[in-house]
Ligand binder design. Structure first.
Ligand SMILES: NC(=O)c1ccc[n+]([C@@H]2O[C@H](COP(=O)([O-])OP(=O)(O)OC[C@H]3O[C@@H](n4cnc5c(N)ncnc54)[C@H](O)[C@@H]3O)[C@@H](O)[C@H]2O)c1
Ligand SMILES: [Zn+2]
Length: 521
């Protein structure tokens, strides 16, 4: 385990890194809290929930924490004041008190948003950052900057609110996509260029191609990348000076993200291009000797970055608008050599233009972007009382517990190469909302609405609106039971109804979807 303390005016923030599991996260927090067991609102997104949430919840339950959760759709579009209000509503409705805690479990979008919400709810409650992206671990979760976007600018609304602690558990990175890995890797390379010395030498020798998913690479460099930020922020929490160095590669990087359309290039890909630009500017301003600059550029260029459309003029316009928001003073972060960064106010316009033209050329001729394949996605939605499985009328529903059934379903889904999410609710409105939510994420649905099958027009309407291939499953055979269980309000909206086959019905439903759902790109 690597352990750091970020000392700021607002207090000390323990920041820990370990290649462990969810239990480590829960026990580390429990240890710091002593006997205190506050309620936690876990804020996460669907991708993280899919792969990591169940383990985290079990670990926190085992430590005796009361849990609430909020799973948001993934993506930068979630970083809005409207989403912040939505989370504030949950905190208020669930009566979170001043000594309860918001736990941000996700990438930078989630830590920025959840941290911001924690900073304003009841004038500020505690929050814990449990980053799940490489970028989150080395950058976004560290430093206490929280916030949301405004239509007129990124991160325009926000606050400084340090988390109570940051717990980075590296094994969660195994499910991150290669492009997201690259995004975080760019910040690590940035840190190494700022720090120089042994850190840079080791990164340089390992090579840029080593930055694919590799537990060894993570173990060697994640905490060290983060340490660069921790050191800088502890000297300049509010970005009045040195913290600006962390913008190395970001002036042109941000401009590229804006000009190519957010999401076309991953943030780190834009920053890699931006670092190449910063190195070129350093050379053209006479700070870095040409051979050194060319060697560094060649090193980064060996990473195959995707091509994107941009023009020098658009890049310059984007940089000018950045300049306006920085009260007219554009500060360039340049390098004399790795380990010797410089903040410069006066890079001649002509040099900047020449660099923008060069960038236009190299970005346009980058590699062809390869779409990232994903598995087909299925959601199983279980209705009221299914959580009691194993204890409720075993003669009708069998002795398998709900946890065992869920585990079994995950195994079946894995065999069929599906990504699976399972949700259960005892509340009709919530069940309808789960269907609405599944509509945005899933390719297919498996529904066991329990008693809602026979009564809920709301569930039927939600399913009709979802317009997803669906299979209806019942553990028992309702038609051989009481009269009131004979009708189903959803059967005609489903491809098939499987009843009376016990847990195996879920396997049959998954198999049905495996044959009928189209392959994804
Ligand atoms: N506060 C700061 O100091 C700071 C610094 C840098 C960046 N940021 C902010 O961070 C955000 C970008 O963060 P990000 O790159 O982490 O983006 P992100 O939070 O959008 O995560 C990237 C993607 O990875 C998915 N994901 C996350 N963890 C996963 C896991 N373990 N397995 C599978 N998928 C996973 C997410 O669902 C998302 O689709 C931006 O909004 C940026 O402004 C903030
Ligand atoms: Zn960045």
């Amino acid at each position: 385990m690597d352990s750091f303390e970020l000392k700021t005016q607002s207090g000390i923030v323990p920041i820990r890194f370990a290649y462990m599991n969810a239990t480590w996260v829960a026990t580390e927090l429990a240890r710091v809290l002593g006997v205190r067991r506050p309620r936690l609102l876990i804020v996460t997104d669907e991708n993280v929930a899919l792969h990591q949430l169940e383990n985290l919840k079990s670990a926190f339950k085992a430590e005796g924490f009361g849990l609430e959760e909020c799973i948001l759709p993934p993506g930068e579009q979630q970083k809005t004041i409207a989403r912040a209000k939505f989370l504030l509503d949950i905190l208020a409705q669930k009566k979170f008190a001043r000594d309860d805690i918001v736990l941000a479990f996700g990438g930078g979008v989630i830590t920025d948003l959840a941290g911001f919400v924690a900073s304003v709810y009841q004038r500020g409650i505690e929050w814990i950052a449990v980053p799940t992206t490489l970028l989150g671990m080395v950058d976004a979760a560290i430093g206490g900057k929280t916030g949301v976007n405004h239509e007129l600018g990124k991160n325009l609304i926000g606050s400084f609110h340090q988390p109570k602690m940051v717990l980075a558990e590296l094994s969660v990175l195994s499910t991150l996509s290669p492009r997201e890995i690259r995004s975080g890797a760019a910040e690590i390379v940035k840190g190494a260029l700022l720090a120089g010395g042994e850190f840079w030498r080791e990164i340089e020798v390992a090579g840029v191609d080593a930055m694919e998913w590799s537990p060894r690479w993570f173990e060697r460099f994640v905490a060290r990348g983060a340490a660069v930020k921790i050191e800088i922020v502890s000297r300049d929490e509010r970005e009045s000076g040195e913290r600006m160095l962390l913008n190395l590669g970001h002036t042109f990087g941000h401009a590229l993200e804006q000009v190519t359309g957010y999401g076309t290039l991953a943030h780190g890909e834009a920053v890699f291009y931006g670092m190449r630009a910063a190195i070129r500017l350093s050379e053209k301003c006479g700070m870095m000797p040409q051979p050194k600059a060319r060697a560094l550029d060649k090193w980064i260029a060996s990473l195959e970055l995707p091509a994107a459309k941009c023009t020098a003029d658009d890049l310059l316009t984007a940089i000018q608008s950045d300049k306006k928001t920085a009260s007219g003073k554009l500060r360039w972060i340049l390098l004399r050599e790795p380990g010797k960064p410089v903040i410069s106010h006066d890079v001649p316009d002509q040099v900047v233009r020449e660099c923008a033209e060069w960038l236009e050329e190299i970005v346009q001729s980058g590699a062809e972007a390869v779409p990232i394949p994903r598995r087909r996605r299925v959601v199983i939605l279980n209705g009221p009382n299914l959580n009691l499985l194993g204890t409720r009328e075993p003669s009708v529903y069998g002795s398998m517990t709900y946890e065992e059934l869920s585990k079994q379903c995950f195994e079946w889904a894995d065999d069929l190469n599906f990504d699976l999410l399972i949700r259960q609710s005892n509340h009709e409105g919530e069940y309808a909302e789960l269907i609405q939510w599944a509509r945005r994420w899933a390719d297919g649905l498996i529904l066991n609405p329990g008693a809602f099958t026979h009564t809920s027009v709301a569930v039927r309407d939600a399913l009709a609106a979802a317009n997803l291939p669906a299979v209806e499953v019942h553990l028992s055979d309702p038609s051989s039971r009481e009269e009131f269980r004979h009708s189903s309000l959803i059967s005609d909206l489903c491809r098939r109804t499987i009843k009376g086959h016990g847990p195996d019905g879920y396997r049959e439903a998954l198999t049905e979807l495996a044959f009928s759902l189209p392959e994804t790109a």
